[in-house]
Design a protein around this ligand. Sequence first.
Ligand SMILES: Nc1nc2c(c(=O)[nH]1)N[C@H]1C(S)=C(S)[C@@H](COP(=O)(O)O)O[C@H]1N2
Ligand SMILES: [Mo]
Length: 381
Amino acid sequence: MSRRAAALVDREKEDTVSHADLDAIAAPHALEPTDGPLLPEELGLAFRCHGLPLEALRDELTPAGLHYLVVHWDIPHVEPGRWTLSVGGNVRAPFELTLDEIRALPAETVPVTLECAGNGRGRMRPRPVSVPWLDEAVGTAAWTGVPLATVLERAGIGRGAREVVFRGADRGVQGGEDQVYARSLPVAETKRPEILLAYAMNGRPLEPQHGAPLRLVVPGWYGMASVKWLTSIEVVTEPFEGFQQAVAYRYQTGPDDPGERVERMRVRALMVPPGRPDFFSRRRYLDAGRITLEGRAWSGSGAVERVEVAVDGRWADARLEPPLGDFAWRGWSFGWTATAGEHQLTCRATDAAGNVQPLESPWNYQGMGGNGAQRIAVTVR
Ligand SMILES: Nc1nc2c(c(=O)[nH]1)N[C@H]1C(S)=C(S)[C@@H](COP(=O)(O)O)O[C@H]1N2
Ligand SMILES: [Mo]
């Protein structure tokens, strides 16, 4: 029996994980996927990391306070006046930049949909044990900052460079490993002009929880690539093997499978839940008659080209709005004549690369890339 399996067996007799268990569990996720009820630790993570209230899908740009949030450890205390960004490694000319120096460089603003790679995890069976997202780990903001390519050009990427490593100011323990949050991008990817070193979100300075004073924003990729509280950029000549790259964020069939890297967001559509909700079940109540269902859809592999809506399993095409940008979600709407009774509503998107959103999230060990279709139960009176 693996250490993690043993921990799970022990665990089922207790209410919380003991320190001894935690020390014994040298794994990306503390426990094996489970069919059991939600654990107190998952609930704790679900409070620290919050989702987009789905009614906020009405906003093309998500107000910062409604944008989903992921913080692996603690929000670091960063004093903007003392903070600098170091750019180094395999470059011609390493340097440091203050926030004022970064703000003085030519800026771009790009609307970007970010989604956590763990979205949908909470519905997978067995359930990978981490933040138990259902559908709501997404948001879209207009990010303002300096293109990463500008800063890397100034440093001059050296010969033989393979990847660029981004490190944050936050530090913690995961899988038994003490670490700072770090991720890399292949050098070719770093030349994309829309990748930003962002200091503003929706026209306002970044808030602490979203990465102040400076964060990376990698449009098209799941959120883990967009390193917050950025302190250093290092060009390296070997593939980066940090924990958040080599162990976490992989599509694995099981604990011993090295798996594939998680990169681009899978195609997904969401609907604004119509009508009024029940407090506990979130079942929706609405009045019979003509209504417009609406929502937004996105993909990291090209534009969304089709959104379909199903009422009680019968699919029909929704009307698409013009895209907000190449890297942001696209609005859609669908006219429905609601008839008295119980109904189930769902939606799915197809992208320019021909990817069709599945009805059920494909299962994997870490619960990554869960793009199964949202289902909304409604009662029409
Ligand atoms: N330094 C640092 N960057 C980070 C994280 C983190 O914990 N530390 N979380 C990542 C993950 S998993 C996601 S999904 C996004 C979330 O960004 P947001 O909280 O601004 O929505 O930030 C990413 N960047
Ligand atoms: Mo994430």
